[in-house]
Design a protein around this ligand. Structure first.
Ligand code: PLP
Length: 433
């Protein structure tokens, strides 16, 4: 039977590579969708915790546009802000008050971010933060961690986790070797390896960049000593510490990783939640560093749609609604979901590990905890694929890759959590080999 999704994807594939606007959306990592090949379903609409595909199938959504939708789909607060804003025009390329208001809201919640610059994607944010780090230190090399993804700028497509891992591409063709060589890579949670590499490149290292909680190799929490040790290492070798909080920002704590782990980064990159589902991202941090950015300083970085009023309005509405109380409520429900999944897996005798931080969570089909990307790769990927499809068939949409984090929104109430646990318990049973 040909579904509407399959027919639409056939048309899409004729005019867009793989029929998608971003590779992680294809179902290649889970052996294709219902219509075969890499085809995902095509979505028609979303409301609250749920989405509906063009064939009318309903799913409880744990991808949430890959993280931004912390209030859920079509959140009334966001839609109202958008309606009000768009009636006055959609883009000006001239400062608006909305930018200052969102910047103030972020700075207030994240004290380590003293100033920031808005951009339109996480890729731009990380790319620009590294430019500032290189300019301020006069050095070229950066240290990243295996499996961490920091967007698709050339220098970051080295051992870059999820999307790249799902497609089995170790690195991307098209990245000049001379650029890739400037990116050093250490295993996550391995401070000895990071220190060895950093010290052997002393005087060359501009920045250490890290996802404080990894979301792009699946969900991996930092060991308690890891982030403080990275802070000390960066200071020792004279490099800047960049927390890439594009995914963790306003998810793992109301004030992000600085608040959760008590470690202050020099620069922080943000995206996803701060745009409330519209394209907005930012990089920010110490005032002296941000004053290097043009026009205040010499580091050039610009964007036609940066600080777009619609994106600013959606982000502002989202942050306003996301009070510490709401953050905690979502975090509690996330913990309940993760705990329930662990119980299910134990009941079914399935090797399984799951964890969460705030409203970000994830799991692996593996008995032992996952501490780094190599561990993640050692999980049972075939079991994940069976589980993914069993969950989808039961109306639960998980990311179509074993190497992606999942999310929860304010719209996932207790009823949705219990329904999900019932469905996923059934899916776990069905997915047992
Ligand atoms: N950094 C992290 C930690 C991310 O998770 C992502 C995207 O998932 C990015 C950067 C890139 O953001 P964008 O997809 O908006 O370019």
């Amino acid at each position: 039977m040909t579904t509407c999704s399959a027919a639409l994807m056939r048309r899409a594939r004729a005019v867009m590579p793989g029929g998608v606007s971003s590779p992680v959306r294809a179902f290649g990592g889970v052996g294709g969708g219902g219509s075969g090949g890499d085809d995902p379903f095509v979505v028609a609409r979303g409301e609250g915790a749920r989405i509906w595909d063009v064939d009318g199938r309903e799913y409880i959504d744990y991808v949430l546009s890959w993280g931004p939708l912390v209030l859920g789909h079509a959140a009334p607060a966001v839609l109202d802000a958008l309606h009000d804003t768009m009636a006055r025009g959609t883009s000006f390329g001239i400062p608006t008050e909305l930018e200052t208001r969102l910047a103030e809201a972020i700075v207030q919640r994240m004290p380590q971010v003293e100033m920031l610059r808005f951009v339109s994607s996480g890729t731009e944010a990380t790319m620009s933060a590294v430019r500032v780090a290189r300019a301020s230190t006069g050095r070229d090399a950066i240290l990243k961690f295996d499996g961490c993804y920091h967007g698709h700028a050339d220098g970051f497509l080295v051992r870059a986790g999820s999307g790249v891992a799902t497609l089995g591409l170790p690195n991307s063709p098209g990245v000049p070797a001379a650029l890739a060589e400037l990116t050093l890579v250490a295993p996550y949670n391995d401070i000895e390896a990071a220190a060895r590499i950093a010290r052997s490149h002393e005087g060359r290292l501009a920045a250490i960049i890290v996802e404080p909680v990894v979301g792009n190799a699946g969900f991996i929490a930092p060991d308690p000593a890891f982030l403080p040790a990275l802070r000390a290492l960066a200071d020792e070798v004279g490099a800047l510490l960049i927390f890439d909080e594009v995914m963790t920002g306003f998810r793992i704590a109301p004030g992000g990783a600085g608040e959760r782990f008590g470690v202050t980064a020099d620069l922080t990159t943000l995206g996803k939640v701060i745009g409330g589902g519209l394209p907005a991202a930012a990089y920010g941090g110490r005032r002296d560093l941000m004053m290097l950015v043009a026009p205040a300083g010499p580091v050039y970085q610009a964007g036609t749609l940066s600080g777009n009023p619609l994106a600013m309005a959606a982000g502002l509405a989202t942050l306003r609604a996301l009070t510490p109380e709401l953050h905690d409520r979502i975090a509690r429900r996330t913990a309940r979901l993760v705990g329930g999944l662990r119980e299910s897996a134990a009941r079914h005798g399935v090797p399984f590990t799951a964890d969460s931080a705030g409203s970000m969570w994830g799991f692996f089909f593996r008995a032992e905890p996952v501490r780094n990307y190599a561990d993640a790769l050692g999980s049972d990927v075939a079991a994940f694929r069976r589980f993914f499809h069993a969950a989808l068939a039961r109306g639960v949409y998980l990311a179509p890759s074993p190497f992606e984090a999942a999310f929860l929104s304010a719209a996932h109430g207790d009823a949705e959590i219990e329904t999900t646990l019932d469905r996923l318990d059934d899916a776990l049973g069905a997915a047992r080999s």
